[in-house]
Ligand binder design. Structure first.
Ligand code: ZN
Length: 318
Protein backbone atom coordinates (compact mmCIF):
# COMPACT_ATOMS: atom_id res chain seq x y z
CA UNK A 1 0.00 0.00 0.00
CA UNK A 2 1.60 3.22 -1.08
CA UNK A 3 1.11 6.48 0.75
CA UNK A 4 0.63 8.01 -2.68
CA UNK A 5 -2.69 6.18 -3.11
CA UNK A 6 -3.76 7.14 0.38
CA UNK A 7 -3.00 10.80 -0.28
CA UNK A 8 -4.74 10.68 -3.67
CA UNK A 9 -7.89 9.49 -1.94
CA UNK A 10 -7.67 12.32 0.61
CA UNK A 11 -7.32 14.84 -2.24
CA UNK A 12 -10.20 13.33 -4.17
CA UNK A 13 -12.55 13.30 -1.18
CA UNK A 14 -11.59 16.85 -0.21
CA UNK A 15 -12.07 18.21 -3.74
CA UNK A 16 -15.45 16.49 -4.02
CA UNK A 17 -16.57 17.58 -0.59
CA UNK A 18 -19.18 14.81 -0.34
CA UNK A 19 -19.17 11.19 0.87
CA UNK A 20 -18.41 8.44 -1.64
CA UNK A 21 -20.05 5.02 -1.66
CA UNK A 22 -17.70 2.27 -0.54
CA UNK A 23 -18.93 0.28 -3.54
CA UNK A 24 -17.56 2.99 -5.84
CA UNK A 25 -14.02 2.80 -4.41
CA UNK A 26 -11.30 0.84 -6.19
CA UNK A 27 -9.68 -2.06 -4.30
CA UNK A 28 -6.60 0.15 -3.80
CA UNK A 29 -8.79 2.89 -2.33
CA UNK A 30 -10.47 0.43 0.06
CA UNK A 31 -6.99 -0.43 1.33
CA UNK A 32 -6.17 3.29 1.46
CA UNK A 33 -9.18 3.85 3.74
CA UNK A 34 -7.68 1.43 6.24
CA UNK A 35 -4.24 3.01 5.90
CA UNK A 36 -5.67 6.47 6.54
CA UNK A 37 -7.26 5.36 9.79
CA UNK A 38 -9.12 8.17 11.58
CA UNK A 39 -8.90 10.48 8.55
CA UNK A 40 -11.68 8.48 6.90
CA UNK A 41 -15.04 8.11 8.59
CA UNK A 42 -17.79 5.65 7.73
CA UNK A 43 -21.12 7.24 6.87
CA UNK A 44 -24.39 6.41 5.15
CA UNK A 45 -25.62 8.24 2.09
CA UNK A 46 -29.24 9.40 2.16
CA UNK A 47 -32.01 6.92 2.63
CA UNK A 48 -34.03 7.67 -0.52
CA UNK A 49 -31.51 6.79 -3.22
CA UNK A 50 -28.47 4.56 -3.38
CA UNK A 51 -25.84 3.47 -5.84
CA UNK A 52 -27.10 0.33 -7.59
CA UNK A 53 -25.11 -2.54 -6.01
CA UNK A 54 -25.28 -4.50 -9.26
CA UNK A 55 -24.00 -2.07 -11.91
CA UNK A 56 -22.53 0.56 -9.54
CA UNK A 57 -23.24 3.12 -12.23
CA UNK A 58 -26.72 4.43 -11.53
CA UNK A 59 -28.57 5.66 -8.49
CA UNK A 60 -31.86 3.96 -7.78
CA UNK A 61 -34.68 4.79 -5.40
CA UNK A 62 -34.91 2.58 -2.32
CA UNK A 63 -38.13 0.63 -1.67
CA UNK A 64 -39.14 -1.95 0.92
CA UNK A 65 -39.36 -5.48 -0.48
CA UNK A 66 -42.42 -6.29 1.64
CA UNK A 67 -40.47 -8.79 3.72
CA UNK A 68 -38.53 -6.41 5.91
CA UNK A 69 -35.68 -5.94 3.46
CA UNK A 70 -34.95 -3.25 0.87
CA UNK A 71 -34.49 -3.10 -2.88
CA UNK A 72 -32.84 -0.52 -5.11
CA UNK A 73 -34.91 0.32 -8.17
CA UNK A 74 -32.10 0.84 -10.72
CA UNK A 75 -33.14 2.57 -13.96
CA UNK A 76 -31.02 0.04 -15.88
CA UNK A 77 -30.99 -3.17 -13.86
CA UNK A 78 -34.47 -3.05 -12.32
CA UNK A 79 -35.08 -4.06 -8.70
CA UNK A 80 -31.89 -5.23 -6.96
CA UNK A 81 -31.96 -6.51 -3.36
CA UNK A 82 -29.94 -4.31 -1.02
CA UNK A 83 -27.55 -5.74 1.52
CA UNK A 84 -26.99 -3.81 4.73
CA UNK A 85 -23.65 -2.41 3.60
CA UNK A 86 -24.72 -1.33 0.10
CA UNK A 87 -25.47 2.16 1.36
CA UNK A 88 -22.20 2.30 3.24
CA UNK A 89 -20.06 5.27 2.29
CA UNK A 90 -16.92 6.98 3.46
CA UNK A 91 -16.14 10.62 4.00
CA UNK A 92 -13.00 12.54 4.76
CA UNK A 93 -12.79 13.89 8.28
CA UNK A 94 -12.05 17.47 7.27
CA UNK A 95 -11.33 18.49 10.85
CA UNK A 96 -8.51 15.94 10.77
CA UNK A 97 -7.28 17.42 7.46
CA UNK A 98 -7.19 20.98 8.77
CA UNK A 99 -5.54 20.00 12.03
CA UNK A 100 -2.81 17.97 10.31
CA UNK A 101 -2.31 20.73 7.71
CA UNK A 102 -1.67 23.20 10.52
CA UNK A 103 0.90 20.85 12.00
CA UNK A 104 2.54 20.25 8.61
CA UNK A 105 2.91 23.99 8.02
CA UNK A 106 3.92 24.73 11.61
CA UNK A 107 0.94 26.99 12.13
CA UNK A 108 1.00 27.72 15.82
CA UNK A 109 -1.23 30.77 15.98
CA UNK A 110 -3.59 30.51 18.92
CA UNK A 111 -6.62 31.36 16.83
CA UNK A 112 -8.21 28.30 15.29
CA UNK A 113 -9.36 27.57 11.79
CA UNK A 114 -11.81 30.17 10.38
CA UNK A 115 -14.52 29.10 7.98
CA UNK A 116 -14.69 31.77 5.24
CA UNK A 117 -17.64 30.06 3.57
CA UNK A 118 -18.26 27.93 0.49
CA UNK A 119 -15.26 25.65 0.87
CA UNK A 120 -12.57 28.15 1.93
CA UNK A 121 -10.89 28.17 5.32
CA UNK A 122 -8.19 30.26 6.91
CA UNK A 123 -5.95 27.72 8.58
CA UNK A 124 -3.94 30.32 10.47
CA UNK A 125 -0.61 32.06 9.93
CA UNK A 126 2.67 30.32 9.20
CA UNK A 127 5.56 32.71 9.86
CA UNK A 128 3.12 35.65 9.68
CA UNK A 129 1.78 34.50 6.31
CA UNK A 130 -1.93 33.70 6.22
CA UNK A 131 -2.66 30.22 4.84
CA UNK A 132 -5.95 29.47 3.10
CA UNK A 133 -7.32 26.03 2.32
CA UNK A 134 -9.78 26.00 -0.57
CA UNK A 135 -11.77 23.21 -2.13
CA UNK A 136 -11.08 24.70 -5.57
CA UNK A 137 -9.04 27.50 -7.14
CA UNK A 138 -11.95 28.96 -9.03
CA UNK A 139 -13.79 29.81 -5.82
CA UNK A 140 -10.97 32.32 -5.13
CA UNK A 141 -10.94 33.58 -8.70
CA UNK A 142 -14.63 34.34 -8.37
CA UNK A 143 -14.23 36.12 -5.03
CA UNK A 144 -10.71 37.51 -4.56
CA UNK A 145 -12.03 39.79 -1.79
CA UNK A 146 -11.40 36.75 0.44
CA UNK A 147 -7.71 37.69 0.25
CA UNK A 148 -8.48 41.12 1.73
CA UNK A 149 -10.15 39.45 4.70
CA UNK A 150 -7.01 37.55 5.69
CA UNK A 151 -4.15 39.74 4.42
CA UNK A 152 -1.37 40.79 6.77
CA UNK A 153 0.57 43.94 5.79
CA UNK A 154 3.88 43.10 4.14
CA UNK A 155 3.27 39.35 4.03
CA UNK A 156 2.24 37.05 1.21
CA UNK A 157 -0.69 34.68 1.28
CA UNK A 158 -0.47 30.95 0.69
CA UNK A 159 -3.37 29.03 -0.81
CA UNK A 160 -3.66 25.26 -0.59
CA UNK A 161 -6.08 23.94 -3.20
CA UNK A 162 -6.42 20.91 -5.45
CA UNK A 163 -5.05 21.25 -8.97
CA UNK A 164 -7.72 22.40 -11.41
CA UNK A 165 -8.15 20.39 -14.60
CA UNK A 166 -5.36 21.32 -17.03
CA UNK A 167 -4.08 24.01 -14.70
CA UNK A 168 -0.60 25.32 -15.52
CA UNK A 169 1.34 28.34 -14.43
CA UNK A 170 0.51 30.65 -11.55
CA UNK A 171 -3.19 30.92 -10.79
CA UNK A 172 -2.96 34.16 -8.81
CA UNK A 173 -1.40 37.59 -9.12
CA UNK A 174 1.88 38.16 -7.30
CA UNK A 175 1.82 37.90 -3.53
CA UNK A 176 -0.39 34.83 -3.45
CA UNK A 177 1.43 31.51 -3.65
CA UNK A 178 -0.52 28.41 -4.60
CA UNK A 179 0.45 25.09 -3.04
CA UNK A 180 -1.16 22.27 -5.05
CA UNK A 181 -2.72 19.91 -2.54
CA UNK A 182 -1.73 16.83 -4.53
CA UNK A 183 1.94 17.73 -4.94
CA UNK A 184 3.08 19.82 -2.01
CA UNK A 185 1.68 17.52 0.70
CA UNK A 186 1.49 13.83 1.37
CA UNK A 187 0.21 11.35 3.93
CA UNK A 188 3.04 10.46 6.25
CA UNK A 189 3.22 8.73 9.60
CA UNK A 190 -0.46 9.07 10.33
CA UNK A 191 -0.38 12.78 9.59
CA UNK A 192 0.41 15.14 6.74
CA UNK A 193 3.88 16.11 5.56
CA UNK A 194 4.67 19.30 3.65
CA UNK A 195 6.93 18.87 0.63
CA UNK A 196 8.95 22.10 0.65
CA UNK A 197 10.61 22.75 -2.68
CA UNK A 198 8.17 21.25 -5.18
CA UNK A 199 7.62 22.54 -8.64
CA UNK A 200 8.02 26.24 -9.27
CA UNK A 201 4.59 27.76 -9.74
CA UNK A 202 5.98 30.14 -12.39
CA UNK A 203 3.95 30.24 -15.52
CA UNK A 204 5.19 27.68 -18.02
CA UNK A 205 4.38 27.46 -21.66
CA UNK A 206 1.16 25.54 -21.92
CA UNK A 207 0.42 22.76 -24.39
CA UNK A 208 -3.25 23.64 -24.20
CA UNK A 209 -3.99 27.24 -25.21
CA UNK A 210 -7.02 27.24 -22.88
CA UNK A 211 -4.87 26.65 -19.80
CA UNK A 212 -5.28 29.42 -17.19
CA UNK A 213 -2.08 31.48 -16.95
CA UNK A 214 -3.24 34.88 -15.66
CA UNK A 215 -5.75 34.10 -12.91
CA UNK A 216 -8.68 32.45 -14.68
CA UNK A 217 -7.45 33.61 -18.13
CA UNK A 218 -5.38 31.80 -20.72
CA UNK A 219 -2.12 33.35 -21.94
CA UNK A 220 -3.95 35.23 -24.73
CA UNK A 221 -7.04 36.04 -22.60
CA UNK A 222 -9.23 34.24 -25.15
CA UNK A 223 -10.21 31.51 -22.65
CA UNK A 224 -11.73 31.89 -19.18
CA UNK A 225 -11.97 29.03 -16.70
CA UNK A 226 -14.77 29.40 -14.14
CA UNK A 227 -15.91 26.98 -11.44
CA UNK A 228 -19.53 26.97 -12.50
CA UNK A 229 -18.78 26.06 -16.12
CA UNK A 230 -17.60 22.58 -17.16
CA UNK A 231 -15.53 23.95 -20.08
CA UNK A 232 -13.41 27.09 -20.43
CA UNK A 233 -15.33 29.94 -22.06
CA UNK A 234 -14.06 31.08 -25.45
CA UNK A 235 -14.05 34.85 -25.90
CA UNK A 236 -13.90 37.01 -29.00
CA UNK A 237 -10.72 38.96 -29.78
CA UNK A 238 -12.37 42.17 -28.58
CA UNK A 239 -13.49 40.60 -25.33
CA UNK A 240 -10.00 39.19 -24.79
CA UNK A 241 -8.57 42.67 -25.36
CA UNK A 242 -10.90 44.09 -22.69
CA UNK A 243 -9.98 41.36 -20.20
CA UNK A 244 -6.29 41.83 -20.97
CA UNK A 245 -6.58 45.60 -20.45
CA UNK A 246 -8.45 45.17 -17.16
CA UNK A 247 -5.82 42.64 -16.01
CA UNK A 248 -3.15 45.25 -16.81
CA UNK A 249 -4.83 47.74 -14.46
CA UNK A 250 -4.31 45.26 -11.60
CA UNK A 251 -7.72 45.68 -10.05
CA UNK A 252 -7.61 49.49 -9.88
CA UNK A 253 -10.81 51.35 -10.62
CA UNK A 254 -10.40 53.10 -13.96
CA UNK A 255 -12.54 55.04 -16.42
CA UNK A 256 -14.03 53.19 -19.36
CA UNK A 257 -12.05 55.34 -21.83
CA UNK A 258 -8.73 54.23 -20.34
CA UNK A 259 -9.67 50.57 -20.64
CA UNK A 260 -10.99 50.87 -24.16
CA UNK A 261 -7.93 52.80 -25.30
CA UNK A 262 -5.57 50.23 -23.76
CA UNK A 263 -7.63 47.49 -25.43
CA UNK A 264 -7.40 49.37 -28.75
CA UNK A 265 -11.16 49.33 -29.24
CA UNK A 266 -13.59 52.03 -30.30
CA UNK A 267 -16.61 51.00 -28.20
CA UNK A 268 -17.60 53.33 -25.32
CA UNK A 269 -17.36 50.92 -22.40
CA UNK A 270 -16.19 47.38 -21.58
CA UNK A 271 -19.67 45.96 -21.12
CA UNK A 272 -20.57 46.83 -24.74
CA UNK A 273 -18.53 43.87 -25.93
CA UNK A 274 -20.31 41.40 -23.67
CA UNK A 275 -23.91 42.31 -24.45
CA UNK A 276 -25.93 39.42 -25.80
CA UNK A 277 -27.66 40.71 -28.91
CA UNK A 278 -31.34 39.75 -29.28
CA UNK A 279 -30.53 37.31 -32.10
CA UNK A 280 -27.91 35.58 -29.92
CA UNK A 281 -30.18 35.15 -26.88
CA UNK A 282 -30.05 31.58 -25.58
CA UNK A 283 -26.89 30.69 -27.54
CA UNK A 284 -24.54 29.11 -24.96
CA UNK A 285 -21.34 30.75 -26.24
CA UNK A 286 -22.69 34.31 -26.01
CA UNK A 287 -24.45 33.70 -22.71
CA UNK A 288 -21.22 32.22 -21.30
CA UNK A 289 -19.14 35.23 -22.40
CA UNK A 290 -21.66 37.56 -20.78
CA UNK A 291 -21.56 35.40 -17.65
CA UNK A 292 -17.74 35.60 -17.48
CA UNK A 293 -17.93 39.39 -17.63
CA UNK A 294 -20.62 39.52 -14.93
CA UNK A 295 -18.60 37.29 -12.61
CA UNK A 296 -15.19 38.93 -13.08
CA UNK A 297 -15.72 42.64 -13.75
CA UNK A 298 -17.09 45.17 -11.26
CA UNK A 299 -18.36 48.62 -12.08
CA UNK A 300 -19.58 51.83 -10.46
CA UNK A 301 -22.14 52.82 -13.03
CA UNK A 302 -22.59 56.40 -11.89
CA UNK A 303 -18.88 57.25 -11.86
CA UNK A 304 -18.22 55.13 -14.95
CA UNK A 305 -15.44 53.19 -13.19
CA UNK A 306 -14.52 49.59 -13.97
CA UNK A 307 -12.17 47.11 -12.34
CA UNK A 308 -11.39 43.41 -12.16
CA UNK A 309 -10.85 42.23 -8.56
CA UNK A 310 -9.02 39.03 -9.50
CA UNK A 311 -6.23 41.12 -11.06
CA UNK A 312 -5.28 42.87 -7.79
CA UNK A 313 -1.72 42.27 -6.69
CA UNK A 314 -2.20 40.62 -3.39
CA UNK A 315 0.62 42.22 -1.48
CA UNK A 316 -0.16 45.13 0.78
CA UNK A 317 1.91 47.95 -0.69
CA UNK A 318 4.64 49.25 1.55
ZN1 ZN B 1 -27.89 -0.86 -11.91
Amino acid sequence: MSTHEAWSLVCRLFAGGTPVFRGALSPAEIVACATLGPAIKPTVINRTFTLCPYCQLHSGQIFGDGQGGQICQCPDCGPIPLAADDRAAVRLDETWLKLKMRIALEIESRDGVTDLGDGVWRLGEARREPVLLSRCLSRLWADPSLFDRVRVAGAGIRVIAPRAAQMRGAPFASGVEWLPLEERFTFYGGGIAYIPSGVSPEAVAADDPRTPVYGPFSADFRWVTLSDRPEPIHCSEGQAAVFGALWGFKGQQVKAEAIMSRAGLSSDKPSDLFKVRPRDKGKPQYEAQHHAYEVLVECHKREGLYWMPCASPNLASA
